[in-house]
Design a protein around this ligand. Structure first.
Ligand code: SAM
Length: 346
């Protein structure tokens, strides 16, 4: 916690534009206090539902073990009297069928994207994932397959060779980084995030890929430029360090399910530091913007058209609905995935 406190001190000192918007401010205190009590070795066990807000949500079912007894009884009654053929899902689907279909989808999408097959990589078990299963002797979670599917789409248009430098803002759990490094081990990756997800993500990547791969936020905290970037490493930096990107060139900027949870002026500020520095941009976001009421959610939702017009000097290469390994991403009106390329790179 001592290190998290240091990160928080620096974050609070940063200009207002680097502070979380209304959507994330509502989680801040709860997440920080849960980190204080959490057993990091159980990060993915489902014991800490609040960590699900940034990706550590690997439970097969979302009901809590402490569900009140009357809810459990109601469920039993519904199953007994109303689902008469005892099949919980249509076509008598079982959990194993869904996992197998998701895996098979990954096999095909991996072939289409011409990347290392899902059959050759597996998830780390760091953090005791509750949704762990094995197929052909390799370990997976649905989340691991989901992030592989995201990469398959992106790679068809990014066409990475494998030695590029990638910047991700809002890395959350770090699952995308894990998949990227397992498919392309020589990538150099810079992860920027708010201090509390950054603190957990760094420990997750350290535990899953190994310390030798990690340049941690304790080291980057004092950086005033990016000359310390180590080729092939994963680097962790506080989001307020983002202006350091203005002076370097890199290949791809990624943001997934994160810009949509900020306000438009916060997004424009971040983009201001990367539009001149990178060649390609990958976004996966809510198409019509995240939820917004007078008291909660984002103040101003950002839509696909807003992103497209913010990316001046970039051409849209491909846009489609976003998918997980087993389904379309459909919350709050649907998600898109898209790649843009700098006009001069055509
Ligand atoms: C829903 S999570 C998504 C995580 C991951 N990219 C994924 O696709 O699962 C949103 C992420 O955006 C980050 N985020 C939210 N507001 C931010 C801000 N103002 N500056 C930087 N990161 C922010 C959060 O810390 C979190 O990591």
């Amino acid at each position: 916690m001592e290190h998290l406190i240091k990160l928080l001190e620096e974050y609070y000192k940063a200009p207002e534009i680097f502070q979380a918007g209304r959507y994330w401010k509502s989680y801040e205190d709860k997440i920080i206090s849960e980190i204080g009590k959490a057993d990091i070795s159980k990060l993915r066990s489902g014991d800490y539902p609040i960590f699900g807000t940034f990706g550590y949500s690997e439970s097969v079912y979302h009901y809590h073990p402490d569900m009140p007894f009357y809810q459990k009884s109601l469920k039993k009654l519904i199953r007994k009297y109303f689902i008469t053929n005892k099949a919980l899902l249509p076509y008598s689907l079982r959990l194993g069928d869904i996992r197998e279909m998701a895996y098979t989808n990954c096999l095909s999408q991996g072939e289409l994207a011409n990347i290392r097959s899902i059959a050759e990589i597996e998830t780390s078990t760091f953090g005791s994932p509750s949704d762990l299963f094995e197929i052909k002797g390799k370990k997976y979670t649905m989340q691991f397959l989901n992030f592989y599917i995201r990469l398959c789409f992106a790679q068809r248009f990014l066409k990475l060779k494998g030695d590029e430098t990638i910047v991700e803002l809002g890395s959350g759990s770090g699952f995308q980084v894990e998949v990227l490094k397992k498919v392309f081990p020589d990538l150099t990756i810079l992860c920027f995030d708010l201090p509390y997800p950054l603190y957990l993500c760094e420990q997750y990547i350290d535990g899953s890929l190994g310390s030798h791969m990690v340049t941690g936020s304790a080291e980057t905290l004092n950086w005033t430029d990016l000359t310390g970037v180590k080729k092939g490493n994963v680097h962790f930096l506080g989001n307020w360090k983002f202006p350091l990107l203005k002076n370097i060139k890199f290949d791809v900027f990624c943001n997934a399910a994160s810009f949509g949870e900020m306000e438009p002026d916060i997004v424009r500020n971040y983009l201001n530091y990367v539009l001149d520095s990178c060649r390609q941009i990958y976004l996966l976001q809510s198409r019509k913007g995240k939820e917004s009421t007078s008291k909660s959610g984002v103040v101003t939702p950002i839509t696909f058209d807003d992103y497209n017009s913010m990316l001046t000097n970039f051409d849209l290469v491909k846009e489609s609905d976003a998918f997980e390994a087993h389904r379309r991403m459909s919350q709050s009106g649907g998600y898109f995935q898209a790649v843009w390329r700098k006009e001069s790179q055509k």
